[in-house]
Design a binder for this molecule. Structure first.
Ligand SMILES: [Zn+2]
Ligand SMILES: [Zn+2]
Ligand SMILES: [Zn+2]
Ligand SMILES: [Zn+2]
Ligand SMILES: [Zn+2]
Length: 427
């Protein structure tokens, strides 16, 4: 899995600003310009050597892009965003056939985030040869096809250029760390056990957890993986009294609809043990369809936790939640979490029996959403299923600070765990 994450390209690579192999810009590689792959016309290299190194990974995808460019019926001029969206969805659908295997997430992203003019939606494969995109000289990831189109888009972009810069910074840090992005507060804890409540915001949190070495961009990336455990802590704070939380021997958390990101972020959940240092065993149960089918994994704790005889245990259950509930492995959790479930939109019929189980078993739950409108729709759906709401589509102060670019809508960003809904039992 780590190997696959390495193959992921950074935004600067996808946009043709950095070498697809070594990730250097032309400036960093000390060359006048990057070389463009002559066949696909979408990958760039600082040298022949770098192109050669990348070739084994690139050649299949390169051919598929070449074939795509020559499939006349799948190209139509896009005058507006909705046309561009229809076309990109069609292209991604074609990709599996062209590759003769399912496209990887990295390959799909390469198409989704390819450079495009923010005004007329022109893309690299449509450009006639001497013409090139003009990237923003500051953030470098936003481009227009001409100075005229920059004149139209510039004022709108100026307000967002800083956010795009943050996107690039976070992307680079995550890339350098092999896609993990797990940077988190040091292995210490507050002996006075002041939790709950949690501090007021992320800045106060990092100060409380004595992470002064975090410069802003690292703090931002750390918030991406810490957002999960802190959202959990705040929900525990809402559902349990301090005395109860401090008398627990064991904490059981269910993560619903878990996928690769939740697996990659698992290390950050040790933060639960550092903020709530009284319990001995943390049991995380990940339930979902996109996870390995392994049973029971013991995970090492940091040296301080090991000294304090704490243990962490992770269970993967590949399947639906109601199947897990009926299995012999079922452990009643202190909290069940659905991160960015989008349950109103995707797999609603799969989420329904899950939420019904949670309601019937009176399990405290927190569900998060990327945006306010999604949170409102998730809330309406959960309410419709009869849940008693404790907090409905509220802003989550422990949202991830990493802005994620929405590929289908120009200049739109979202955040993991941006809004939250808490519920428990039946109304
Ligand atoms: Zn290179
Ligand atoms: Zn190529
Ligand atoms: Zn244009
Ligand atoms: Zn910019
Ligand atoms: Zn620890």
């Amino acid at each position: 899995m780590k190997q696959d994450l390495r193959k992921r390209k950074t935004l600067l690579q996808i946009k043709g600003i950095a070498c697809s192999s070594c990730c250097k810009t032309s400036h960093e590689a000390n060359v006048p310009a990057l070389l463009r792959c002559a066949r696909c016309r979408m990958s760039y290299y600082c040298s022949k050597q770098c192109q050669k190194i990348d070739f084994p990974d690139h050649k299949h995808f390169c051919l598929a892009l070449y074939d795509l460019a020559n499939l006349e019926e799948s190209w139509w001029p896009c005058e507006g965003e909705s046309e561009w969206n229809k076309r990109i969805v069609q292209h991604i659908r074609l990709l599996d056939d062209l590759l003769d295997r399912p496209a990887t997430a990295a390959e799909k992203n390469f198409l989704f985030f390819q450079p495009k003019c923010q005004v007329c939606f022109l893309t690299p494969l449509e450009l006639t040869s001497p013409q090139k995109f003009i990237p923003c000289s500051n953030c470098r990831v936003v481009a227009c096809c001409s100075n005229e189109h920059w004149d139209i888009h510039r004022s709108k972009h100026q307000a967002l250029c800083k956010t795009y810069e943050q996107v690039v910074e976070c992307d680079m840090i995550q890339y350098e760390r092999g896609g993990e992005g797990v940077l988190w507060a040091p292995e210490t804890w507050d002996k006075s056990k002041s939790f709950p409540p949690l501090p007021a915001d992320w800045d106060a949190y990092f100060a409380w957890r004595k992470a002064p070495s975090f410069i802003p961009k690292y703090a931002r990336v750390a918030s991406h993986s810490l957002s999960g455990p802190l959202t959990v802590l705040e929900a525990l704070e809402r559902f349990y009294k301090k005395n109860t939380l401090h008398s627990l021997e064991e904490l059981v958390i269910h993560i619903l609809g878990a996928a690769q990101f939740e697996i990659m972020s698992l290390m950050a959940y040790e933060e639960l043990m550092h903020v709530l240092p009284d319990f001995k065993t943390l049991r995380m149960v990940l339930i979902g369809f996109d996870i390995p089918d392994s049973k029971n994994v013991s995970v090492d704790c940091c040296s301080l936790c090991t000294e304090a005889k704490r243990t962490r245990n992770i269970v993967f259950f590949k399947g639906a939640y109601h199947e897990y509930v009926q299995s012999s492995e079922f452990l009643t959790p202190h909290l069940a979490v659905g991160f960015n479930s989008g349950l109103y939109e995707d797999d609603t019929e799969l989420w329904m029996p899950t939420v019904h189980c949670l309601i019937e078993k009176d399990i405290p739950c927190v569900f998060t959403s990327y945006s306010k409108s999604e949170a409102d729709q998730d809330l309406a759906t959960i309410k419709g299923w009869g849940a008693k709401i404790y907090a409905g589509a509220k802003k989550n102060k422990w949202k991830s600070l990493v802005p994620i670019v929405e590929p289908m809508i120009v200049d739109k960003f979202f955040h993991n765990n941006n809004f939250k809904t808490l519920f428990k039992g039946r109304l």
